[in-house]
Design a protein around this ligand. Sequence first.
Ligand code: PGA
Length: 253
Amino acid sequence: MAAKVRPLIAGNWKMNGLKSAAQREVKKLAGRMRKQGRPGCDVLVCPPAHLLAPLLAAVKGSRIALGGQDCHAAASGAHTGDISAEMLADAGCGYVIVGHSERRADHGESSRNVRAKAEAVHRAGLRAIICVGETGAERKRRQTLAVVGKQLTDSLPKGCTARNTVVAYEPVWAIGTGLTPTADDVAQVHAFIRARMQRRFREHGAGMRLLYGGSVKASNAVELMALENVDGALVGGASLTATDFWPIVQTSI
Ligand code: PGA
């Protein structure tokens, strides 16, 4: 068995959050972490871009990192409404989520686009959290491993290391629905991803963090986080308040 890697519990706030309430929640989370002492996992919050500056002030002195939810592949230029990985680095981010299924579905992002974005994240010296996952229809057709395998091949650029890349397995049908795969199903997909990563990235693949995402909450986090090859969680709805997020962080502390 590979040595246990340091888990990452990441909150993806999506398009939620306004300044003062967001600062309050993050300060509350930081306070709980401080009381607990040195956490045995990394903790990340990925808010909408307008909250990066106010939250950077709120996390100061804590061990909470900030991340972006998406980026453009270019460093700068005529791309109205977009944000680059360099800009996210400039705003104090340590990570950027790329290839989330909501980006793939709502913005027609292909795995090729995702790969270019992941390259941009690496270029900016940040860590990419690259998301993959099958739809409900694909799972019913028993295509989960084929779909995830193809997304991994096409979305992960050359040069991925255990340090600069995190893979998040997020079954699309489990996101925001309250549904989760069985522990056996999650373990099977994660073992498959681990094997793929080791084959392609050798020892880096062995040490790369593999997150599970999709309706993670306090009530299922203990079971999910205990699974082999599950090195943390990407949490949407249950990351929006410290009250919901803290018990999930605690499963990996
Ligand atoms: P959820 O979202 O936890 O609300 O299901 C997870 C995600 O989309 O990253």
